[in-house]
Design a protein around this ligand. Sequence first.
Ligand code: SF4
Ligand code: FES
Length: 385
Amino acid sequence: MPNPLALIAEITHRCPLHCVYCSNPLELTSRNEELATADWLRIFAEAAALGVLHLHLTGGEPLARPDLAEMIEGARQSRLYTNLITSGVGLSRERLAQFVEAGLDHIQLSFQDSSGGPANWIAGARAHAHKLELAAWIREHQIREQQTGERRIAFTVNLVVHRQNIDHLEEMIAALEALHPDRMEIAHAQYYGWALQNRSALLPTRAQLDRAVAVVAAAEERLRGKVRIDMVVPDYHARFPKACMGGWGRQLLLIDPAGRALPCHAAGVIPGMFFDNVRDHPLAWIWQNSAAFQKFRGEAWMPEPCRSCERRQEDFGGCRCQAFLLTGDASATDPVCELAPLHHLIEDAVREHATAGPVPAAREASFHALQENTAGFWSYRTDPK
Ligand code: SF4
Ligand code: FES
């Protein structure tokens, strides 16, 4: 059995933003269930011993944990390459310096749109201006590190695109380019958690997607050698599904804020699954023996047409959680696949939802006003206690 390469540490589900495309579970873990610092430091050491190379610190908003610098330092001591995935809300110039000092290797900063009004409408919070300020501080660190020859923190900007912002993609790329990132990740919303709940407002039309692909191709050409651009396409418009998580229990494991070990971020939606907890078992035992990790590992579970399909080692039959969410059967072929017996579910969703209908007008408002104005259009992610 191969070792996992990456650990996704969802260190908290608390978050000051309310993004409508959030893929966190609808039932979030509360603060008083969260693992302690010492638990996380032990997990990082166990992960490194198991062969994990990359640690992704995510949430919710990881900055909500006051012990984040300590965690980064612990991860560094365990020789993990540490990536902080953040909205930036709650990160001061001083705290950023602490993280860099503690050994942070990479920071991934999310953006919701190219300007404050629409970005704040999507996030349900006024956060855009602070993100721009933070990007400038990251740049200062990079320049200083370059001058002194120190290890340089890598910087990625991430943009989740969907029907409500995809037509601004050209402006967004220009705005993000001005922040001097090493990499841009342009990821179409994936329909889990809150995003699935809001699918009817988020699914792009085919024409929007085609324009976006052309915009990204032009930007790649223009920025070649300066900024790397990675694009994650919306699989509802693809012929074949994504190789979700690089295959179930093959490369990645995720620990949720309460210490449950999951093969992916959405596996909690599949009924009848039990997730062993890092409070009860070492990580190596969980990776090798936990029933949840074995459930869809390998090919024995596959039905036809996957079982005899020549693509099964490329996409591993697609996503188990999407299969469950759309068909009610986690071992069904992912309906995104054009060969899936239930592929019509995707075609129906695209036909029904991917149409550019009217949107609510008010955008610059308090969170409660936004919630009221957009009721029936989409639901903002709410925060756990
Ligand atoms: Fe992938 Fe299964 Fe579709 Fe083949 S039939 S492309 S393995 S999802
Ligand atoms: Fe769970 Fe894809 S999100 S397998």
